[in-house]
Write a protein that binds this ligand. Structure first.
Ligand SMILES: [Zn+2]
Ligand SMILES: [Zn+2]
Length: 156
């Protein structure tokens, strides 16, 4: 999946503006969480982010991670995905516009794909029902065809 690297400077500014406007405290910890999310540059859930940050030696509590994820979602920097049967997954909104998601129901592996036919379906449905399309989100639920790969990816 080729996606442009996240523009961290712009995203950080967006976050600062949001925190100021809503009168939330501006703490370095919150920015460290955002930095690490940009480094990850993929889907993650709160636990994966916590483990990632701890491995890097960042001293950030789970509570801080949860509250920061909430703020980043409210400020539209993160998109929160609720994949069937999985804990909430997040990704940077800037990565989003050009892909859909396929998820293995067995191991939870999420694969991003680009298929222009989904754009055509979106446009057609909107046109027929009298709407103007803005964006769409398609999730395909499936199982890995190779059980070896599937167990390998479990919990990753
Ligand atoms: Zn995605
Ligand atoms: Zn699988």
């Amino acid at each position: 999946m080729s996606s442009a690297a996240p523009d961290l400077e712009q995203i950080t500014k967006q976050f600062t503006d949001f925190l100021r406007r809503k009168k939330f405290r501006i703490t370095q910890e919150r920015y460290r969480v955002l930095d690490c999310i940009a480094e990850l540059d993929r889907h993650f859930n709160a636990d994966e982010l916590y483990v990632y940050m701890n491995t890097k030696g960042e001293r950030v509590s789970r509570a801080t991670i949860y509250s920061t994820l909430d703020l980043l979602t409210k400020s539209n920097i993160l998109v929160r995905h609720r994949f069937q049967g999985e804990s909430a997954h997040f990704e940077l909104a800037s990565r989003m516009p050009n892909h859909d998601h396929l998820m293995c129901m067995e191991c939870g592996r999420i694969v991003e794909f680009r298929e222009t036919a989904t754009d055509a379906i979106r446009d057609k449905v909107c046109d027929e029902l009298g709407f103007k399309p803005i964006s769409h989100s398609l999730q395909i639920f499936a199982v890995c065809t190779d059980p070896t790969t599937c167990s390998f990816n479990r919990g990753s």
